[in-house]
Every structure is written in structure tokens, then in C-alpha cells.
Design a protein around this ligand. Structure first.
Ligand SMILES: NC(=O)c1ccc[n+]([C@@H]2O[C@H](COP(=O)([O-])OP(=O)(O)OC[C@H]3O[C@@H](n4cnc5c(N)ncnc54)[C@H](OP(=O)(O)O)[C@@H]3O)[C@@H](O)[C@H]2O)c1
Length: 330
């Protein structure tokens, strides 16, 4: 079968698109014919060796997947051949990745695909929606009627946070870097969109909220706590989930006096059981029309190296040439 794989970490050019032996499911695994996969920033960190991970070599790149079950291991329960499934969290912690024509995935990381959702859309939603769910429901504990600010709302994670925030009944303020990106945030349901390049974010938040925001979701790798803590209301919660090497100054006084809290997490460390809970809500929200994919670019699987180049240019080098998720199809 064809797959996009590396034999050593390095730049995107290390990705080969070629033949690998057919995947064979173990007792608790599903054999899935891949319909679509998506690229995430973490894929580029792992491929580039920036996050050291145990990698089975050759290592098939990729975390997210969507496809159709072709066969089942002897201990699989609750799935049948022909079911459409999706998931994330592959290619991590020693697991093989997803950028192949066929993959094997443990049943604990597979979820039924809602009927109204294509493989491309659910692949694009997979990692970012689980991330948004974990942050809002397990960490920051968003309550209906609260105000949620998403810094970087048009990005992969940001667009999932906006939509899940709205589905949970929040008032959502998003920031974006251009009119085009602001329009994306609006179309995803943001109530207020602030251009972080041309507007004073603090002044707009002060105008639009009584005492600040209840949750500030930071998607940036270099958070500016001096600016963001100022925007938090009493008992505000801040979510940070990017910037492994970032060591920004932190204004302790204004933070603790307001009774604020800071929540950091890495979604791939959440248990399979926790992620399954996220997946159930995500499926409901998709079925009810609350969430849709924000796909910025499509490639054939054979162009996985190009897809990684584009992701890396935007994530690491802030190229600003990507508006949403990159999706690939075999
Ligand atoms: N911890 C976890 O579990 C977890 C999970 C997923 C992702 N992540 C990390 O989260 C980060 C974001 O991932 P992503 O997939 O959402 O990336 P992305 O799609 O590249 O989105 C980043 C967004 O940041 C915005 N941005 C750029 N400069 C900005 C600024 N100065 N102020 C505000 N926004 C700005 C960009 O939009 P504009 O051009 O409109 O500003 C862009 O859309 C990555 O570092 C990734 O590794 C962590």
C-alpha cells in the first residue's frame, strides 16, 4: 500500500511517498481504508524532531484520520465492517501514523462518523475539536452565558474553540489578523471579531464586556500575559496550549488579585476514555449543525511533503498563507 513516511526526522523533504507492507490489525484494532487525513502543527514538530517521540521506523506521519472499516481484530466490540470512523492521536507515543491508504487503529481511539459529515470534514475537525473540548469542558469549565475570547480565531484550534464555545452557549469574541480572517470567525459564529493588527484589542473588549472576559483562550506560541491578564474578569480562566519553549513574563499581582486561574494541557496526553467523551459531544454538535470544518487547503496524499511545508511555514515561520486546516486524500 502507498504511505507517506520518514526513516529519520528532518525537514519536509524527508517524507517519502511510496510502498509499505499492508497494515494487519491486532486483536483490539480496526483495519481502516483511509478516506482523508489532516495536518496539525504537531505533525511538523514530530517529523522535524522538535518533539522527541519514540517512532516506529519507517514512521508514517500524521495524527488525524477518517475512513471506512475493512476488517476487525478478534476482540473488537461495537464496530462492524463498512462503518465509517474517525479519530486522532495516532503517530504519537510510539503509535504508527495515519498518512497511508490503509491503517490499523486501536478501537479505543476510533469513533463513528456522523452521517452528515464527509471524511474530509471529520478529519479536519478531529484533533482541533478534541483539543477545544478538553480545554473548555475539562479545564476552563465554560458555563452557558459566559464570555470567551479566542486569540487566533481563524486558525485550526481557534475555529474549533469558537464553534464549541457557541454550541455551549458562550458569548464569543475572536481575534483575527485580516478582514478575510475576521469574516471566517464571523461565519463560524463569533459574536465580536477584533482585528489584532489594526484595532486595540483591550479597548474593544472593555467596550463589549461589563468587566472583562471569563475565559481567554490563547492559541499563540508566545503569549503576552501582560496584555491578556488585563482582559480577564474576576475569576477569569486562561487556557494556554502552545509554545513549548516560551518563557514570557507573567504579571502575578493582577492575576491572583482577580482570583484567576491558568490551565495548560497537551491533548495527546489525555486518556482514550477522556477523548471518547469529547468525541461523543463533537458528533452530537456536528449532527445538530453546530460545528463545521474550516478547510484551508487540500492536497493528494502523494503531496504530503508539500502539505508539511505549508503547515511549517505557517506554524513556525508565521507565513500567514493558511486559513484553516490542510486535508489530504489518498
Ligand atoms: N496543547 C495542545 O493540545 C495543542 C493541540 C493543538 C494545537 N496546539 C498548538 O496550538 C498552536 C495553534 O495551532 P493551530 O492548529 O490553531 O495553528 P494555526 O491554524 O496556524 O492557527 C494559528 C492562528 O494564529 C493567528 N495569529 C497569528 N499571529 C497572531 C497574533 N499576533 N495574535 C493573535 N493571533 C495570531 C493566525 O491567524 P491570523 O493570521 O488571523 O492572526 C492563525 O490562524 C500551535 O502552536 C499548536 O502546536 C496545541
Amino acid at each position: 500500500m502507498k504511505a507517506a513516511f520518514i526513516t529519520e526526522t528532518g525537514p519536509p523533504s524527508k517524507i517519502t511517498f511510496g510502498e509499505l507492507p499492508e497494515a494487519v490489525p491486532k486483536a483490539t484494532e480496526l483495519l481502516i481504508e483511509v478516506g482523508a487525513v489532516a495536518v496539525n502543527p504537531i505533525d511538523t514538530y514530530i517529523r522535524g524532531g522538535m518533539i522527541p517521540m519514540p517512532l516506529p521506523l519507517p514512521f508514517v506521519v500524521g495524527c488525524d484520520f477518517a475512513g471506512t472499516i475493512r476488517s476487525l481484530g478478534s476482540e473488537v466490540r461495537g464496530f462492524k465492517v463498512g462503518d465509517r470512523v474517525w479519530g486522532s492521536n495516532q503517530g504519537l507515543l510510539g503509535r504508527q501514523g495515519t498518512f497511508a491508504e490503509r491503517i490499523t487503529v486501536d478501537q479505543s481511539f476510533c469513533y463513528q462518523t456522523p452521517q452528515n459529515c464527509s471524511d474530509e470534514d471529520i478529519a479536519a475537525l478531529a484533533l482541533v475539536c478534541i483539543t477545544a473540548h478538553l480545554g473548555l469542558c475539562q479545564r476552563a469549565l465554560l458555563r452557558r452565558g459566559e464570555t470567551l475570547l479566542v486569540n487566533g480565531g481563524a486558525g485550526g484550534v481557534g475555529s474549533a474553540v469558537i464553534q464549541i464555545g457557541k454550541a455551549m452557549g458562550a458569548k464569543v469574541i475572536a481575534t483575527a489578523g485580516s478582514d478575510e480572517r475576521a469574516a471566517i470567525c464571523q461565519s463560524l459564529g463569533a459574536d465580536v471579531v477584533i482585528n489584532h493588527k489594526s484595532e486595540d484589542v483591550g479597548a474593544v473588549v472593555a467596550r463589549k464586556t461589563a468587566q472583562g472576559v471569563d475565559i481567554f483562550w490563547e492559541t499563540q506560541r508566545h503569549p503576552d500575559f501582560n496584555a491578556s491578564i488585563d482582559l480577564l474578569a474576576e475569576n477569569g480562566r486562561m487556557v494556554v496550549m502552545a509554545g513549548r519553549d516560551a518563557q514570557p513574563p507573567f504579571p502575578v499581582g493582577p492575576f491572583y488579585v482577580k482570583g484567576c486561574s491558568l490551565h495548560g494541557f497537551a491533548m495527546f496526553k489525555a486518556s482514550a476514555a477522556d477523548q471518547e467523551k469529547c468525541a461523543a459531544d463533537i458528533a452530537n454538535w456536528i449532527e445538530n449543525g453546530h460545528i463545521r470544518a474550516n478547510i484551508g487547503k487540500r492536497f493528494p496524499l502523494s503531496e504530503a511533503a508539500k502539505a508539511h511545508e505549508l503547515q511549517e511555514a505557517n506554524t513556525i515561520h508565521s507565513a500567514g498563507t493558511l486559513h484553516g486546516k490542510i486535508v489530504l486524500t489518498p
